[in-house]
Write a protein that binds this ligand. Structure first.
Ligand code: SF4
Ligand code: MSK
Length: 648
């Protein structure tokens, strides 16, 4: 197949061709081999929850309309959907829990390889948890915070502290009225598994309600905790320059590619790679240095804090190995294709798994324990250095690479809009109110071989910024944007409408802001909460002129993210529809009825330009409702007016 029909990214096109020449399969080949995919699965009409099944519902109304137990299409699809949310929320939140354990270890011990790097943020977050700050030592505050945060995962009474400490009051009220305020992170996920067991609930709306609750426990709970503690422990990001795409790999250096989602090991790997002794060892083996580059969200984590180059996004993981210069592919958890095992066996690349949760056939397992972080990182770098001498065959590194700026956060980003002397959300709100910025859109999420790699992200983002909508991005979408230069400040002049261009140019920011990894979608939530708190744009997130999108989504995490945005009041468009299309009532509820319950709703649209215009239309409707679209007429005073102004 034509590589241009697979990816819009030139580096990837080159590598897809190279893989074909070398008879190596990739995700696109396997996708083709899977086609046509199962129609029942796509429509959400297959159930294998119990062994009376598997059962299927006939979408044409001619065959069975209920499973053996009597479950209808709406019940089956709703159960499947919220199980996807359980999977996504579990992945994010378990990441958050692991960070919390590492944080606790860091503040309890004096010998840990981790420490509190951002004391100001520690105090801010601790204050939100109601922890006493005044005159207390950092480690004491940290320990109280670690204990409070860990309780959020498994507590049996009350509701999440974060769900009361971060969102606007009106939002909290909306959740309370619907009965979806999350109680604890694990509990909501477990309850999904209970409610979807054979013979529990069959009411699709009640099932979705639990999906909403678990997704909120993810966005405003597990993910938010992961972000806040990562900032405290690894340092809050600041705008930073970086290089992106496969061209960042260097044939003359030892290349270590870090891939997955967690920063805990990779952050230390970045430090250790600068160790003089290891650099000397690399030189002794003939290499010019040690080059760390990232894939997926592990990349985003260390990019945001250290400016470490990004080799690519989700669909580029196999392509990176195929360059022949990846000496180690170091993986932690999530979005790691099992296919890497067999591919690395064909190449010289050593695939190293590090988490007990993620072992892969064909990989060597070096278990990572936080109390031996530096030791493990050194061992890994040494393996890479040794393996540098085992390179065989031809190196094929595409030349393509771009540069951009990342590192925008809830705390730093919008302060930039006010410049150094007017640091607050006021200038952002004012620019939205005066219409220079029409609104904001979060364009986030994965790659999916069902779309031309990266193209939907890029087309959608370009259309939005052309229409003066500021874009924030995370995950693989952010990497896609960076690869075509949308994260260069100069992109504003080339692609933006007049208003957004003016704002970006004044402040010196790019029109697409990289706000981090998948768990950092929580940054977008807290930005929205700050915009509401600043005033002038309504009392609730649901009133804001904003929208969300995941134009190339594929993972269960994306479903959880989408649902927590919808349930936070945000209109959210995704390309591949949720697997609910065969369940008419559920489909209608998610795309229409849910709005009256939570303020946001879903839409499914594969065409990225059409989807962008759905978002723009929504943004304009919110502006109308806020009354900020009305032209303020310039009043010319005549004599009569002047007389009326006279003070008696
Ligand atoms: Fe079939 Fe019901 Fe069992 Fe699902 S739960 S497999 S619909 S019998
Ligand atoms: S890595 S979840 S493919 S964004 Fe977060 Fe990319 Fe999606 Fe994984």
């Amino acid at each position: 197949m034509d590589s241009k029909a697979r990816s819009s990214d030139k580096a990837s096109q080159e590598m897809i061709g190279w893989m074909a020449e070398n008879n190596q399969q990739n995700a696109w080949d396997r996708f083709e081999a899977q086609s046509p995919q199962c129609g029942f699965g796509r429509l959400g009409l297959c159930c294998r929850i119990c062994s009376m099944g598997p059962c299927r519902i006939d979408p044409f109304g001619e065959g069975p309309q209920a499973g053996v137990c009597g479950a209808t299409a709406d019940t089956i699809a709703a159960r499947n959907l919220i199980r996807m949310i359980a999977g996504g929320a579990a992945a994010h939140s378990d990441h958050g829990r692991d960070i919390a354990h590492t944080f606790k270890m860091a503040v309890e011990s004096d010998k840990s390889d981790y420490m509190v790097k951002d004391e100001r943020k520690l105090k801010e977050v601790a204050a939100r948890f109601g922890i006493e700050i005044k005159d207390r030592k950092i480690k004491e505050i940290g320990l109280d915070l670690a204990n409070a945060v860990l309780k959020e995962f498994g507590k049996q009474e009350g509701t999440l502290i974060t769900a009361a400490a971060y969102p606007p009051k009106a939002r909290q009220e909306a959740w309370k009225n619907l009965g979806v305020t999350p109680r604890s992170v694990d509990r909501e996920i477990v309850e999904i598994m209970h409610r979807t067991h054979i013979g529990v609930g069959s009411d699709y709306i009640n099932l979705v309600k639990q999906g909403i609750r678990a997704s909120l426990a993810d966005g405003w709970g597990g993910s938010l905790i992961a972000t806040e503690l990562s900032d405290i422990m690894f340092g809050s990001p600041q705008p930073i320059r970086f290089g992106v795409n496969l061209g960042v790999l260097d044939k003359d250096q030892v290349n270590v590619i870090v891939h997955g989602h967690e920063p805990t090991l990779s952050d230390i790997v970045v430090q250790v790679a600068q160790d003089k002794e290891l650099l000397k060892l690399a030189q002794e083996k003939g290499a010019q240095g040690i080059n760390i580059a990232g894939i997926c969200c592990t990349a985003n984590e260390i990019l945001m804090r250290h400016g470490v180059p990004v080799a690519g996004n989700f669909l580029q993981q196999e392509l990176a190995v195929m360059t022949g210069v990846a000496d180690v592919m170091l993986v932690d958890v999530q979005c790691i294709m099992p296919a890497l095992g067999s591919l690395c066996e064909c190449m010289h690349t050593k695939l190293l798994t590090t988490s007990p949760k993620c072992k892969i056939a064909g990989a060597e397992h070096i278990e990572f324990h936080e109390d031996k972080a530096v030791e493990t990182a050194r061992k890994i770098i040494k393996i890479a250095i040794e393996n540098y001498t085992n390179r065989n065959g031809q190196a094929c590194i595409p030349k393509h690479k771009e540069r951009g700026i990342a590192g925008f956060t809830t705390e730093n980003t919008f302060y930039h809009l006010g410049g150094r002397f007017r640091a607050s959300y006021r200038p952002l709100n004012d620019n939205v109110i005066n219409g220079r910025i029409r609104g904001a859109a979060g364009v986030v999420g994965c790659n999916n071989p069902k779309q031309i790699h990266d193209s939907c992200h890029i087309e959608m983002m370009k259309e939005l910024i052309k229409n003066d909508v500021l874009v924030v991005s995370t995950g693989c979408g952010a990497i896609a944007a960076a690869k075509v230069g949308l994260m260069r400040p100069e992109a504003a002049a080339q692609y933006c409408g007049k208003g957004l261009h003016e704002v970006c140019e004044t402040v010196g920011i790019p029109p697409v802001l990289h706000v981090g990894s998948c768990v950092d979608n929580s940054r977008i939530l807290t930005v929205l909460a700050n915009v509401v708190a600043e005033g002038g744009l309504g009392e609730d997130i649901a009133e804001l002129p904003v929208a969300g999108a995941a134009p190339e989504w594929m993972s269960e995490k994306a479903v959880s993210i989408g649902m927590y945005f919808v349930a936070s009041g945000v209109f959210t468009v995704i390309a591949e529809p949720l697997p609910v299309v065969g369940a008419p009532n559920l489909h209608r509820y998610l795309t229409e009825g849910i709005e009256k319950d939570v303020g946001g709703k879903w839409a499914f649209e594969k065409d990225p330009i059409k989807a962008a215009h759905m978002m723009i239309e929504h943004i304009e409707s919110k502006r109308d409702a806020l009354g900020i679209n009305e032209e303020k007429e310039r009043k010319l005073y005549d004599m009569e007016d002047r007389r009326a102004l006279k003070v008696e």
